[in-house]
Design a protein around this ligand. Sequence first.
Ligand code: SF4
Length: 395
Amino acid sequence: MTTTLPPATSSPPPADRTLDDRALELALANPQLRPAAEKLAAGERLGRDDAVALFESRDLLAVGALADARNRRRNGRRVFFSANQHINPTNVCVLRHTCAFCSFARTPKEEGAYTRTLAEVLEEAGRAKSAPTREFHIVGGLHPKLRLSYYTDMIRALKAAYPGVHVKALTAVEIAHLARIERCSFREVLLALKEAGLTSLPGGGAEVFGRAVRMTIADRKLAGEDWLEVHRQAHALGIPSNCTMLYGHVETLQDRAEHLLILRGLQDETGGFLTYIPLAYHPDHNALGEELGWRGRATMGVDDLLNIAVARLVLDNVPHVKTHWPMVSPFISQVALDFGCDDLEGTVVYERVYHEAGASTPMEMNYDALVDLIRGAGKTPVERDSLYRPVRTFD
Ligand code: SF4
């Protein structure tokens, strides 16, 4: 299968001057936001200090208006979503006791540990009821014994059973783990997955690149440089990918700003990122929440919206910004559509990872409910495939 990468930086459609002018006027009136607003008005890129000032600001409406104007220049009123299905083949993970924020992983003999057979994965893949699945989103733990062939067989079997469905599978952390197990390079793992039918990579595992943060929440996980290298190699092979940041734990606002600038730097180099997804930390059933005293400190609405808006403004070269409703709630996600966000997480069907961490949102979203949610925000729902090609537009 050949996958064509989107252009590195697609030039935005003509500006909605009125909207942009109004947003700039609002931001220029706030001394804290003025330097960033002046740069945006001059067509310059935002820097680290601008990003920190935007994150620090509690002038949510001014930051949101700036991000909304920038998003509308690219996407108009369109909001993308997908009929997708999450599949987590195993929760057994060699880093079970070292990623302090994770509620999903288990040791092989721990209660609740599971590893699906290929037949079980295929059975689970047929569960979507509200619409035919167009994308399987496959991520899981770093199993000590599962070989690369377990995943290539799975992708081939899914492609055979569901022709035309895209497979977005394996985080950079899982790719690097498989390279270690197989004693081969990242590139060789990626090539084998691509040959089996992989469409794209999800963006998980980036967490926060800052070393102090990584040492605190994930000290044995793939280093930030290696996460970037896996994505760099994927892009070089024509495999597009997605990028994330896990926010709302021990990171500082400077850490957040630097993380975004590092992602923007790789995008300048390769153009292979499709979308950025800010992921909200949930404090239940994980070491960070229960042992380090972080319990009860889930992110709040203002921060969730700021993370969308600041990303839209800083990541000027990433085509899409997605809101993940299982983490922040469908209601915050709907509001995020006016804060610079053009992509809503899809039907999902069975969400395990964040529900293990205490998310109180539904496990799945019915296709029609997703369309209603987007329409309720006054936007135009566009069902897309994994590569953001429109499949169905609801006028
Ligand atoms: S975050 Fe990923 S790598 Fe870390 S323990 Fe959880 S499943 Fe394993």
